[in-house]
Ligand binder design. Structure first.
Ligand code: ADP
Ligand code: MG
Length: 569
């Protein structure tokens, strides 16, 4: 008996809907993408009850003809591609021709479209498609989706609270506004205008609107390019952090995407600047030849495949690190640590019509341009060291600021950079040490030769010492203030656990082990000279403002802040 049947159209649309439009925000995404593909310059979005009750997206784009409307709800109908070649040269956001069919399968959906003064409407009630009828409408297209999932109770159960679904939509719209800054977006939640972007291509103004003055003042402009990719946008400095990754916004050829490898590159680039578990805000646009990307990987198109991905992640990391190194320090001295607790994510309505806001914005813009002018001479004069408190902090003054330096964190930073420089040297003058043999298992001894070939590069040799132990008789001179035995055990452990040893990875592991066993003491009295030389050494570091774990080394109080505290200002 034959068992295989061709699925009817409604059923296959329902299946597609499961993937493409799993929640209200996915519908908003598809409708906005359609409006953008339709050359809209103004897109208005209205939602009710987290989009479950109603989603309406109106645009002023090219619209659809009566004949187009007849096809719009059918699956696999699209105006965006016609042949296989087009798939590799996409300039549109949509191309699969399934969104409208999928949306219509799970809602009451109506399209009104006006093209060249001819205006028509068509509706789709959970797969039942109406005739096309004349209906008055403004130039462009409006799609209204009501009672989403009313015939799919399982899907409704899967949705979260109205607030959660609304937040997803709000976030998405702001991201679209950032990536298509030449288009103006109006967003109404339950009839209230909650976001309004001017569409004047001013990304910095938009960032100010979306995130507020506090966050905006902590953003750095970034630009980098190689032969294949150009990356530009804004990244937060080390005084802003979030406890999740939602601030990482990456667009490839204007398409908002999620990519684990690009996210990872961003996080790694910040590893010297933010503590573990803290994430930055980045808004970065990557431009590349569409041929280097494959968008047809997932139905929702959130994921994309990138050829030369490794080159791209390296470029991204380099760009971020360089920007942080060159531009972050100027601001670092100016601010206290700022994170989400201090300055919550602020969503602002609309344009800078508020006078005060505009003033702050202009001031910040000015300051930012000064920082962006790349002023390496941030620390022209040395600070004056005043003394030490609690055996923990060095107190110094610098211009009109009072600095509190965490001496432990400062020493960690100095040692870390010293170790890093020393590790890369060719020669490693030795100092002899007197340590007990380090115990091993018999099987491990066999790998000693291979391990020694690699660790020679960092000036260490493990000598065979009987069948179950190794001995280290000398270590490089530069290894100081470290619990040597614990460090060597860690290093050996690391080497034995690797299938093959890569020298860059070995350097990293060595640095981590050194940092971990660094024997810098807490609560240690430092005399005046030691205080001075620590501060000088710290300021000569590549990144003086954070310890290797990303915690701040310097906290400053400005004269102005003090005046306020003393109620003088
Ligand atoms: P896709 O976007 O993948 O082509 P959709 O189902 O989203 O598929 O839309 C089908 C077609 O309907 C599009 O190819 C486009 O021609 C037309 N369309 C949909 N929305 C709009 C719009 N807002 N403006 C103009 N044309 C539209
Ligand atoms: Mg589409």
């Amino acid at each position: 008996m034959n068992k295989i049947k061709v699925l009817d159209e409604h059923l296959s649309n329902l299946i597609a809907a499961g993937e493409v439009v799993d929640r209200p925000s996915a519908i908003v995404k598809e409708l906005i993408e359609n409006a953008i593909d339709g050359q809209a310059t103004n897109i208005s979005i209205r939602i009710k009850n987290g989009g479950m009750e109603e989603i309406a997206v109106f645009d002023d784009g090219e619209g659809m003809s009566k004949e187009d409307l007849k096809l719009a709800f059918l699956p696999h109908t699209t105006s965006k591609i016609t042949k296989a070649y087009d798939l590799n040269h996409l300039s549109s956001l949509g191309f699969r021709g399934e969104a409208l069919a999928a949306i219509g399968a799970v809602s009451h959906c109506e399209i009104i479209s006006n093209q060249q003064q001819q205006s028509f409407a068509i509706s789709n009630n959970c797969g039942v498609i109406s005739e096309v009828k004349p209906q008055a409408g403004n130039p462009g297209t409006g799609v209204i989706v009501r009672e989403l999932f009313y015939q799919s109770p399982a899907r409704i159960k899967f949705l979260k609270s109205v607030e959660y679904e609304t937040a997803l939509i709000s976030d998405l719209i702001q991201k679209f506004a950032l990536s298509y800054s030449h288009i103006s977006f109006q967003y109404y939640n339950n009839e209230r205008l909650v976001f309004n972007s001017p569409g004047n291509s001013q990304i910095d103004e938009l960032l100010f609107n979306i995130y507020g003055a506090g966050v905006f003042s902590r953003l750095l402009k970034m630009e980098i390019a190689d032969y294949d990719f150009a990356i530009s946008g804004y990244i937060s400095n080390s005084h802003y952090s979030k406890s999740n990754k939602t601030g990482i916004n990456i667009f490839i050829n204007n398409r908002l995407i999620t990519s684990n490898s690009l996210n990872k590159a961003v996080i790694e680039a910040y590893s010297d600047y933010l503590p573990k578990g803290k994430y930055p805000l980045v808004v970065l646009k990557i431009t590349t030849d569409p041929q280097l990307t494959d968008v047809n990987v997932s139905p929702t198109k959130w994921q994309i495949r990138i050829s030369k991905e490794k080159e791209l992640t390296t470029l991204l990391k380099t760009g971020i690190k360089k920007t942080l190194k060159e531009k972050s320090s100027g601001q670092l001295i100016k601010d206290f640590e700022l994170n989400e607790q201090v300055l919550p994510y602020q969503s602002h309505t609309g344009n800078l019509d508020n006078k005060a806001d505009r003033l702050i914005y202009q001031q910040l813009q000015l300051e930012q341009s000064l920082i962006l002018e790349d002023n390496p001479a941030v620390i022209v004069h040395q600070p004056t060291v005043i003394g030490q408190a609690f055996g923990k902090y060095i107190i110094a003054s610098f211009q009109d600021e009072l600095w509190l330096i965490d001496q432990h964190a400062a020493q960690e930073r100095c040692n870390y950079e010293m170790f890093r420089r020393a590790l890369l040297q060719k020669d490693h003058p030795q100092q002899s040490i007197n340590l007990a043999p380090l115990e091993l298992t018999i099987g491990h001894i066999q790998r000693l030769k291979e391990i020694n070939e690699k660790v020679a590069a960092i000036g260490i040799t493990f000598e065979e010492y009987g069948p179950k132990a190794v001995l280290v008789r000398s270590i490089p001179l530069w290894i100081t203030q470290v619990d040597v035995e614990a460090f060597l055990i860690d290093l050996l452990d690391y080497c034995l656990n690797q299938d093959s040893l890569d020298i860059a990875e070995l350097h990293k592991a060595t640095l981590a082990a050194l940092a971990c066993h660094s024997s810098i003491k807490f609560n240690e009295y430092l005399d005046r000279n030691q205080q001075l030389s620590l501060v000088r050494e710290l300021l000569n570091c590549e990144n003086p403002y954070h310890c290797p774990h990303g915690r701040p080394t310097i906290v400053k109080l400005t004269d102005q802040q003090l005046a306020k505290e003393f109620e003088r200002g």
